[in-house]
Each structure stands twice: as structure tokens, then as C-alpha cells.
Design a protein around this ligand. Structure first.
Ligand code: HEM
Length: 520
């Protein structure tokens, strides 16, 4: 072996040893770093950034965000894997939320990314921005605020409470059946909003009714949209192209929804041609187009998108809110007693005014009377604080900006606001922030506290705040008052009541209850 060969051999040995040493050092550093960080709420990994933390917490995503907000910071930045476009700011700081949704609203549109993720809804008030959104908003607000529509929805809901909801509960009470209260309220909310929007009762509350096809399609659509929020865009695009998983279900849901709504809209057009007017939302849109002349006629597609947007907006939010509310009230006897006391006073007042009802039938209140009950309203706000049915909302960024807490944002970023965490911030609500305490919404004069209301975000705030807020309160109060006043709800022990990881705050396992008629 010559000198040259020996040197080459020695060199390659030397390099191998160095490489091994470097590798061992990297492994050691990684293991030490992992050991130190593995129990942390949020871990920033090399290359993958926070994505492994998201995946590890996806089953409890809303609680995880609360942990981050209370233990780390109300605002964090997450980039996601380097190969994916996921530059996200997650915030629940009320100052930021006010700035994004209200004072500097124009810089934070929903943006094309969200429109793409929500493409099932089409060109609807939910997904559009700028002038297109303003045009939708104008007509939606006119119809929702009109006396005709408001009295139509109040009477529809009252009738559905009496004929549908209470009848179903009476049957369950008589036979001692176990009910899934979330399922019952979702059916009630679906019948209410469907009748309000399309003028026909789909009767999903009826005991004999099979699972409703369009209601199921809306569920699949909601699930698909949630997956698009947590998956890298390229991945859900690939699933869509292959037609499998949540994207496959989404595509099937879209077909069912389109067929169903377009058929219904064509029947309504026929009614209008025959001079049959309605007070439901779509009929009011159609007659407003008729008044404007055919040149401004809303297309079938426009009406399909509008109807679907309202069904999405109104069903899940009202149904889940009612379930969380009844769960909290039934498991907090002190609060239940106070609400029942208020309802009993109201019943006595109505009887003193000469209102007579069949004593054998369950008592149903009127929506106008329920508006004045302060404690009942406070309890509903408190339930919505703890469990906002739409726990997350998302915005884009147009120009570079700095949020009130000092976080810099730039175009291309996504901002996710957690309404769920906002209602559970310890520094904002106090040490008892997890307690169900309607009293925090009542001021010293016994009125609803304006100070507390300034922190009330479940319907969001600013120009895009929910236009269905009054309708939602009307429906929820009618249903909750009738159920609480006529039935005692026994929440079955041993079940885990936990929010589902979704864009709607469903209960993961539903809510199993037994009910008994109240004897007054
Ligand atoms: C408890 C019940 C409800 C809650 C908590 C609620 C909450 C919300 C929230 C948080 C938003 C904003 C979403 C976002 O910007 O990402 C919203 C928007 C909206 N809601 Fe509601 N909602 C409820 C019921 C209803 C009902 C019953 C209707 C009507 C049928 C309705 C119609 C709408 C519409 C049309 C929008 C879009 C507004 C816009 O973008 O300009 N909501 N709602």
C-alpha cells in the first residue's frame, strides 16, 4: 500500500467518524429537545412547525386553544409544514377581535381561500366580500328585519314547539324513552329554519320520520369544510380529485343539496306565477325581485346559494345552542330554579290578563312575552359565552398591519379567531370563568349589564355580525322555555359531554337524557 492510498483510506475513515459523531450529536440534541418539550401545550418542530401539535390535539382542538390562550398567550403564530401554505395567526384577544372584525374591518376580508374552502355554499353572503357581499347583506337585512318575516318565523317556531317538539317529548316521557337531546334540537332547528327559509315543514321532528336526506347532506358538508380547515390545501385537493374521504362525502352532499333546493325553487316560482305569495325568506326574495322587474330577477343559482347559506347558518347554531343551554341548566339546579320562577311569574301574569289555555296541554309561551325575562336572557348569554355554536371564524389580510397586541400581520396570512377561547379567558372573565353563572350578565339595577355585553362575541361584531341574532333568540327562547317549564330533564350519568372538533360546536357523543312531565 503506497503512501497516497494510506492517506486516502485514513481520510475516508476520518470523514465517516465525523459524520457518525455529527449524526449522534443531532440525535442527542433532538432527544433532549423533545424530552424537554414533549409535555408542552404547543411545540414548534423543525420543518413541521406546530403541525404535530395540531394533530396530537385535533380530538380536543377547542380546549387546546383555550389552554394556549390561558397558559401561553391569546395570540400565537403557526406556520405549519414548510411545504404547505399555512401561515396562521390564532387569536382570542378581545382587542384584536374588535380591531379585525370592526374598527379595521376593511383590511380583514374573508378572502379567496375561505371562499374556496366554503365553495359548497356558492356565492352566498357568508363567503363573499366587498360589493358582492354588500348587495347580499342589503337584501338579507331588509328581509330579516321586516315585520312580515319576523312574525312569520315567530309563529312558525311557536307552532313547531307545540305540535312537534313538545309532542315528541310527551311521548318520550310517557314511555320512559332515552332521548338524545341534541338530535331532537337539531331536528327542531332544522324544521324551524327550513320552514322559515323555504316555507315548507320537512317534518323531521315527526317520530315516524326517517333521517332527512338534505339534513344529512348538510352534516356531511359541514364535516368536509372542517377538514379543509385543518388539512394542507394540497391534501384536500388530492382527496377531492380521488373522490374519497371527507371530500368524497362533500361531493355527494353537494349533488343532493343542489337537486333538492333547485327542485324546490322551481316549485316556488310556479307558485308565484299562480299568484300564491308566501312570507318565507325565499318567497320574499322572489317577490322583491318581481317588484324590481324581471331584469333584476334573482337566478335559481342565487336563490339556491341564499337558501343553503341560511340553512347552514340557522340550523346547527340554534340546535347546538339549545342543547348546551338545556344541559347547563339541567345540571345547575340553582339556575334552573330561578328560570322556572321567572316562567311561573310570567304564566301567572298571562292568566291574570285573561289568557286561557287548555290545562291538559303543555304550556307554550309567546315570544314577545319571553323578551322581558332578564334572568332567562342572562342564562342564555352565559351559555353562549361558554359554548358558542360557531367556535371559530377566519379572516385574511389585505395590507401589512399591526394588531392592538403588537402582532404584525401581512398579506397571505390567515387569521383564526377563537370565540370559544374568548369566552373562557381567565383574565377577562375571572377565576370562576368555567362556572355557569348567569348573574355575571346582570347589573346592580337588575338589568342586562352593558359592560358584560361589550364582551359578548358569539354572534361576532361589526359589519358582518350575525343578522339572524334576533331570530335565533326568538326560536331558542320559545323552545327552551316550553321544554323547561313542562318537563324535568334528567341527564344520564356516565356520559362524557365534550365538544366535537368541528366548525360547529356539536356535542361529541350527543346528550342522552330521560324526561318526566312536571307537575305544578
Ligand atoms: C345561536 C344562533 C346563532 C349564532 C350563535 C350565530 C352566529 C353567527 C356568527 C358567529 C356569524 C359570523 C360568521 C363569520 O363571520 O365567520 C354569523 C353570520 C351569519 N348568520 Fe348567524 N348565528 C346564529 C343563528 C343564525 C340564524 C337563525 C340565522 C338566519 C337564519 C343566521 C344568519 C346568519 C347569516 C346570514 C350570517 C352571515 C352574515 C355576513 O357574513 O354578513 N344566523 N352567525
Amino acid at each position: 500500500m503506497g503512501f497516497h492510498t494510506t492517506l486516502t483510506f485514513f481520510k475516508s475513515d476520518f470523514i465517516d467518524v465525523w459524520l457518525e459523531l455529527c449524526l449522534a450529536l443531532i440525535c442527542l440534541l433532538f432527544v433532549t429537545w423533545y424530552q424537554k418539550n414533549k409535555n408542552q401545550i404547543l411545540m414548534y418542530w423543525p420543518i413541521l412547525d406546530v403541525y404535530p401539535s395540531i394533530l396530537a390535539n385535533v380530538h380536543r382542538v377547542h380546549h387546546w386553544i383555550v389552554d394556549i390562550a390561558n397558559k401561553i398567550n391569546c395570540t400565537i403564530e403557526a406556520r405549519g409544514p414548510v411545504f404547505a401554505r399555512m401561515d396562521v395567526i390564532l387569536t382570542s384577544d378581545p382587542r384584536n377581535v374588535e380591531y379585525i372584525l370592526k374598527s379595521n374591518f376593511a383590511n380583514f376580508p374573508k378572502g379567496p381561500d375561505l371562499k374556496e374552502a366554503l365553495d359548497l355554499l356558492g356565492d352566498d353572503i357568508f363567503t363573499l366580500d366587498d360589493d358582492e357581499w354588500r348587495a347580499h347583506k342589503k337584501i338579507a337585512h331588509i328581509v330579516l328585519a321586516s315585520k312580515e318575516f319576523r312574525s312569520f318565523t315567530a309563529s312558525v317556531s311557536r307552532k313547531l314547539v307545540g305540535d312537534g317538539l313538545l309532542s315528541l317529548m310527551l311521548q318520550a316521557a310517557k314511555h320512559g324513552n332515552v332521548l338524545d337531546l341534541e338530535d331532537v334540537f337539531m331536528r327542531f332547528a332544522f324544521d324551524s329554519v327550513y320552514t322559515a327559509v323555504l316555507g315548507r315543514n320537512p317534518n323531521s321532528l315527526s317520530l315516524s320520520s326517517a333521517a332527512n336526506e338534505i339534513a344529512k347532506a348538510i352534516d356531511d358538508g359541514t364535516e368536509g369544510v372542517f377538514h379543509r380547515h385543518i388539512m394542507p390545501r394540497k391534501l384536500w385537493k388530492l382527496l377531492g380529485w380521488l373522490g374519497v374521504g371527507s371530500e368524497g362525502r362533500l361531493a355527494r352532499a353537494r349533488k343532493i343539496i343542489d337537486r333538492h333546493l333547485l327542485e324546490h325553487i322551481s316549485l316556488k316560482r310556479e307558485d308565484l306565477r299562480k299568484g300564491v305569495q308566501g312570507s318565507d325568506l325565499i318567497a320574499m326574495y322572489m317577490s322583491s325581485q318581481a317588484q324590481n322587474g324581471e331584469s333584476k330577477a334573482y337566478s335559481d343559482l342565487f336563490l339556491r346559494d341564499t337558501a343553503l347559506g341560511f340553512l347552514f347558518a340557522g340550523r346547527d347554531s340554534t340546535g347546538t345552542s339549545l342543547t348546551w343551554f338545556l344541559w347547563l341548566v339541567s345540571t345547575t339546579p340553582r339556575v334552573e330554579e330561578k328560570i322556572l320562577d321567572e316562567l311561573m311569574q310570567l304564566k301567572k301574569k298571562k292568566e291574570a290578563e285573561g289568557v286561557v289555555r287548555d290545562q291538559k296541554q303543555p304550556w307554550v309561551f309567546d315570544s314577545e312575552d319571553l323578551k322581558d325575562l332578564v334572568y332567562f336572557h342572562a342564562a342564555m348569554c352565559e351559555s353562549l359565552r361558554l359554548n358558542p355554536p360557531l367556535p371559530l371564524t377566519r379572516r385574511g389580510v389585505i395590507k401589512e398591519d399591526v394588531l392592538p397586541d403588537g402582532t404584525a400581520v401581512k398579506p397571505g396570512m390567515k387569521i383564526i379567531i377563537s370565540m370559544y377561547a374568548l369566552g373562557r379567558l381567565e383574565w377577562l372573565w375571572g377565576k370562576d370563568y368555567l362556572e355557569f353563572k348567569p348573574e355575571r350578565w346582570i347589573d346592580q339595577d337588575g338589568k342586562i349589564s352593558q359592560e358584560a355585553m361589550s364582551k359578548f362575541f358569539p354572534f361576532t361584531i361589526g359589519p358582518r355580525a350575525c343578522p339572524g341574532r334576533n331570530m335565533a333568540f326568538t326560536q331558542m327562547k320559545l323552545a327552551a322555555a316550553a321544554v323547561l317549564f313542562n318537563f324535568r330533564i334528567e341527564v344520564l350519568e356516565g356520559q362524557i359531554v365534550f365538544p366535537m372538533s368541528s366548525i360547529v360546536l356539536h356535542m361529541k357523543n350527543g346528550l342522552k337524557v330521560k324526561i318526566r312531565e312536571r307537575v305544578w
